[in-house]
Design a protein around this ligand. Structure first.
Ligand code: HXH
Length: 340
């Protein structure tokens, strides 16, 4: 059993003057991690429950139940909620791209469906969700091809590059008060950073309603470098938009490391992780004027998507709270920083 009386200082209190502290949650973790979540975090994001496939599996069918429960949790505990995500190439149903007669949907039909989906979803959660990841991961990772800028997808194939601007316009129409974000990973790698910057800059130049850049921050103990993280923050800050770390976790493995035999994190890993978390939060505090929130992609090591990615069934320990929800060395370092 996990004790509900906690000894350590609350992270959201310690960072109150800096930025929100968020966690990704799901219907299981709002129960299993409830006391941890409500004590340390003042914001949540639905891990999967607000994605297109979860909310709108068939054209005539919306399934809001799980998302409603998470939004209810945020409300009940006076937590902020980020919406994730309206347009993505994954976890998106096939019907969206089909015309119902065995052929592909055309541009007009796809954009009309997008507008209708965004209207329904953003409209439903407008009292709870204050910001949306409107578009997720549309920049290509392909560094070899200098012409490749956008990721190939059904969205791009059918609607052309406009689907990005349209999504922001529809979201703004559905909730003019919502903060609208572009969100991506490998956001600190120089080549992708410059592409993300270029995309957001061009949206701003076109007058598209976009208010923030989400840096996913799926990092590990070896990559990216602090210098690259700093350079990315500096560059995105030039856009004059709010920045958020939206999916922070620090894997103990190099991305290429596919070993599956580790049953516990080594002391060395935990120390290295603590140092890196400290350095990252020191940097984030330096830029607190442009950083609105820092959201972990989970809350404690008993549950992380990294247990299934990139190696299925391999345990990982990416957070600042351990499998029993106790503070790890990384928590102590982050907490100590805030008092200075
Ligand atoms: C995030 N993608 C998503 O935003 C979030 O919705 C999801 O729950 C978890 C993580 C990160 C990601 C991006 C690309 C990717 C895997 C994860 O695909 C790769 C596949 C092979 C190699 C590298 C990336």
């Amino acid at each position: 059993m996990i004790s509900s009386t906690r000894q350590e200082a609350s992270l959201k209190e310690l960072y109150k003057g800096d930025f929100q502290i968020g966690a990704a949650v799901n219907p299981v973790t709002i129960e299993s991690q409830k006391s941890l979540l409500t004590y340390h975090f003042n914001s949540i994001t639905a891990e999967n429950e607000m994605k297109f496939s979860s909310l709108h599996p068939q054209e005539e069918v919306y399934t809001f139940q799980d998302a409603d429960r998470l939004a209810g949790f945020a409300k009940e505990h006076q937590m902020a909620m980020r919406g994730h995500t309206l347009v993505w190439h994954n976890q998106t149903p096939d019907w969206l791209f089909e015309n119902g007669q065995g052929g592909p949907a055309d541009r007009a039909l796809l954009l009309e469906r997008l507008r209708s989906h965004i209207g329904a979803v953003v409209g439903r959660y407008k009292d709870t969700v204050y910001c949306w990841d409107v578009v997720n991961e549309v920049i290509s990772d392909d560094t070899a091809d200098k012409e490749t800028f956008l990721r190939p997808s059904k969205w791009l194939e059918i609607a052309g590059i406009d689907f990005i601007a349209k999504a922001f316009e529809y979201a703004h129409e559905a909730d003019p008060k919502a903060l609208l974000f572009y969100n991506d990973y490998n956001e600190s790698h120089p080549c992708k950073r410059d592409r993300i910057y270029r995309l957001v800059r061009s949206l701003l130049d076109q007058g598209v309603p976009i208010h923030g850049v989400g840096l996913q921050a799926h990092w590990n103990l070896f990559d990216p470098s602090l210098d690259d993280i700093r350079a990315a923050i500096e560059k995105y800050a030039e856009l004059g938009l709010q920045l958020q770390l939206t999916e922070l976790d620090l894997s103990v493995f190099r991305f290429e490391d596919r070993r599956t035999d580790l049953l516990h994190p080594s002391e060395e890993m935990l120390e290295r992780q603590a140092e890196l978390y400290e350095a990252v939060f020191r940097l984030l505090r330096e830029y607190r004027d442009c950083i609105g929130a820092v959201t972990f992609w989970g809350a404690a090591d008993d549950y992380t998507w990294l247990d299934g990615f990139p190696v299925r069934g391999r345990k990982n320990w990416p957070f600042i709270f351990d499998e029993s929800h106790r503070p790890k060395p990384a928590y102590e370092r982050i907490a100590a920083l805030a008092n200075r």
